[in-house]
Design a protein around this ligand. Structure first.
Ligand code: GTP
Ligand code: MG
Length: 215
């Protein structure tokens, strides 16, 4: 396991109450029941760190986990949960979209997609929304253990093709199984690479002024 420590920090709905934005942050998002919380447990090696359920709609808040005391992994509520009332769905829209657009240390969003299915409009629409907002994202296909590798590859290729109708370049993608603990290491490696270039948004660097002073 590549992760040494993982600890739950807090649950929130308000951006103003989130932990200080001084560390790089990565969020897991996707349809309800796609396996966001399970994958967080699998890649951190901590069963029960994020709450999971067979029933969709388990995660309701923005949950921060501090990894190796160096970066945050964030578990978010899922979208597209049919039983949720209209009011709940509107609330989801508001606080999640606010979080995704206003969090200055958010380096990248991981969009989780069920590898068993053909491309779903709701996932494509969500990727397009991220694209419109200029929020970088990476694709994670989940539940690879549920069908053959060939089927997963086909569905991944179809999803990428569907995205190409909207994007010039399709982001990186990973195939994972939380059940078999597969695919997590590559995600951690990608996060570590991005972490190397992190600049704390709370430390305002005004290069231009520095330059003037030196002149
Ligand atoms: P919400 O919080 O409701 O949005 O769901 P979620 O995306 O966090 O899903 P969660 O991790 O709670 O998992 C939903 C169900 O899928 C649970 O019953 C998990 O055991 C199951 N599951 C998740 N990942 C995998 C996987 O890789 N393989 C298999 N076979 N089942 C999985
Ligand atoms: Mg969850």
């Amino acid at each position: 396991m590549l992760i040494k420590s993982a600890e739950f920090i807090c649950s929130n709905t308000e951006v103003s109450k989130l932990p200080e934005a001084s560390l790089p942050e990565y969020a897991f998002i996707g349809r309800s029941n796609v396996g966001k919380s399970s994958l967080i447990n699998a890649i951190t090696g901590k069963k029960g760190l994020a709450k999971t359920s067979q029933k969709p709609g388990k995660t309701q808040l923005i949950n921060h986990f501090l990894i190796d005391k160096e970066w945050y992994l964030v578990d978010l509520p899922g979208y597209g949960f049919a039983v949720t009332s209209k009011k709940n769905r509107a609330d989801w829209e508001k606080f999640i979209r606010r979080y995704l657009t206003q969090r200055p240390n958010l380096q990248c969003v991981f969009v989780l997609v069920d590898s068993r299915h053909e491309p779903q409009k709701i996932d494509i629409d969500f990727c397009c929304w991220l694209g419109e907002k200029g929020i970088p994202f990476i694709l994670i296909f989940t539940k690879a253990d549920k069908q053959s590798g060939v089927k997963s590859d086909q569905n991944m290729a179809k999803f990428r093709k569907a995205l190409l109708q909207w994007f010039e370049v399709v982001p990186e993608s990973f195939l994972t199984s939380a059940e078999k603990k597969e695919g997590g290491d590559a995600i951690i490696e990608t996060i570590r690479t991005i972490n190397e270039n992190f600049q704390n948004p709370l430390i305002a660097v005004d290069d231009e002024n520095d330059y003037d002073e030196e002149e």
